[in-house]
Design a protein. Structure first.
Length: 286
């Protein structure tokens, strides 16, 4: 690694930037490790731009300060977690992981025991209120379209499935004989922040291009989308067209090229509507 020369004012400034960047990366890595150990469910969805903003707020001149100096950034993170679908308990456990990391700087590997009950109440209040602002707004202004990708939400797909299962009972024919769920899942564990968001926008664009004939396309989770399509002669060719469209879009971005090929799978619909809803929930967590 090239280390900036020191001595001259420009060299000292470069050295300060170098030390700050190194401290930011170290803090982020330790926080992530502690949060995953505390039960964060989806590693690929932990990294957000607001995480980096919090790290920047607590790093001063290459040194780690307390989390209290990052209240504004923590409020931003709380709002971002709610917007991304993280629950309040998970959000506060993530905050506890940050506090534990800052309170024990000698635990360089991040393997510590975060405890929400020992986290300063002011930090909990700031983060929880910010999370609640977004969560309440989402509840009041529920839409069937996911704002990031422009795709209908999983709630819309559940409504569509309920219609199909009612029709299947009337026709005495299993839904799985007529429809299948084509699922696209991405592994964003090697990227964070904007590249992950860009990736899902590109996935949505590819799905909307290929399935433009009335199929039900929806966002199923932070890194999963799907299309409810008829089991007819066009299914195989549509799958090939979808893979081609995804590869064309994702290969343009250098960071997204390194995520690996998107996983495309045809998932058989279960016998009942309740089982179908459980299936959508499991896909969102995969």
């Amino acid at each position: 690694m090239d280390v900036p020369a020191t001595g001259a004012p420009d060299g000292q400034a470069a050295w300060n930037r170098f030390e700050r960047d190194r401290s930011l990366r170290a803090l982020r890595a330790r926080w992530r490790t502690a949060s995953l150990a505390a039960g964060w469910r989806f590693p690929s969805d932990w990294g957000l731009p607001e995480v980096d903003a919090v790290c920047a707020a607590v790093i001063k001149n290459g040194r780690v300060a307390s989390a209290e100096v990052a209240e504004t950034a923590l409020a931003g993170l709380g709002r971002a977690r709610a917007a991304a679908g993280a629950g309040l308990a998970e959000t506060l456990a993530d905050l506890a992981a940050l506090h534990a990391v800052l309170a024990d700087p000698d635990a360089v590997d991040g393997f510590i025991a975060p405890d929400v009950d020992t986290t300063p109440s002011r930090l909990l209040r700031v983060t929880a209120l910010a999370w609640a602002d977004v969560a309440t707004d989402q509840l009041v202004n529920t839409e069937v379209t996911e704002p990031l990708t422009g795709l209908p939400t999983a709630a819309y797909l559940r409504t569509r499935l309920s219609e199909l299962y009612r029709q299947a009972r009337r026709d005495e024919r299993p839904v799985a004989d007529v429809y299948t769920l084509l699922v696209v899942s991405m592994d964003f564990s090697s990227v964070a922040g904007w590249p992950r968001l860009t990736g899902m926008i590109l996935v949505a664009d590819a799905l909307k291009q290929v399935f433009d004939g009335g199929e039900s396309v929806a966002s199923l989770g932070p890194s999963v989308a799907g299309a409810l399509v008829s089991k007819d002669a066009r299914l195989a060719s549509s799958g090939v067209a979808l893979r081609r469209a995804l590869n064309e879009r994702l290969s343009v971005d250098v960071q997204l090229r390194d995520t690996g090929r998107p996983q495309i799978s045809a998932v058989r619909l279960p016998a009942t509507y309740d089982q179908a809803c459980d299936l959508l929930g499991s896909l969102a967590r995969s």
